[in-house]
Design a protein around this ligand. Structure first.
Ligand SMILES: Nc1[nH]c(=O)nc2c1ncn2[C@H]1C[C@H](O)[C@@H](COP(=O)(O)OP(=O)(O)OP(=O)(O)O)O1
Length: 170
């Protein structure tokens, strides 16, 4: 059992996320998506989801990204960019350890799934008002291609950020 910094017991779910960064219409853009069901329904998030048993984070990233967006990314080409620990002080079952990968290209046509409506945004116009509040503390760095580790503790409302520890990752 792991004890979090917030002194609640936790068994964080391994989750893999993918930030597809591409030049579109002359602008640097990122593919995000509106979550259509489940935890955080309605919010704009990075595509991704839980690792299946026996699956590596890279394998989960490729599979989840395809399931949610209809686009294929190449596993070996994914760049591991961030390790983000999310801790929900009043909802430990939602705790997640996210391996976050950057993809620079993808094959196929983006299409809505049951889970996600894929949406492109310019990286200088990130829709932070429609995202989890913590996103604005780390998504701009990710979109700029920076590597980092972060530990984010959500307050008891499961919305606001209680603490965030952010470190560059060499
Ligand atoms: N505090 C937070 N900040 C953030 O930016 N994204 C968060 C977040 N908390 C959750 N997410 C996002 C990341 C990811 O896209 C999603 C969690 O992925 P999951 O697929 O595990 O979701 P669900 O619990 O709906 O699982 P399934 O119904 O099994 O797909 O929620």
């Amino acid at each position: 059992m792991t004890m979090s910094g917030n002194s609640h017991s936790s068994n964080p779910r391994p989750v893999a996320l993918v930030a597809l960064l591409a030049e579109r219409d002359g602008n640097a853009q990122i593919l995000l998506g509106r979550k259509l069901r489940g935890f955080g329904q309605g919010k704009i998030v990075l595509p991704g989801g839980k690792n299946e048993p026996g699956e590596s984070s890279r394998q989960a990233a490729v599979r989840e990204f395809f399931e949610e967006t209809g686009l294929r990314v190449s596993g070996p080409d994914l760049q591991l960019a961030a390790r983000i620990e999310f801790r929900f002080s009043s909802l430990p079952a939602a705790d997640m350890d996210c391996m976050t990968f950057i993809a620079r290209s993808a094959e196929g046509q983006a299409a809505s799934s049951d889970e996600l409506e894929p949406l492109w945004f310019r990286i200088d116009q990130l829709p932070v008002d429609q995202m989890w509040q913590d996103s604005k503390t780390w998504l701009p760095q990710l979109a700029a291609g920076q590597r980092f580790t972060a530990r984010i503790v959500l307050a008891s409302d499961n919305i606001s950020v209680q603490t965030i520890d952010f470190d560059p990752w060499d």
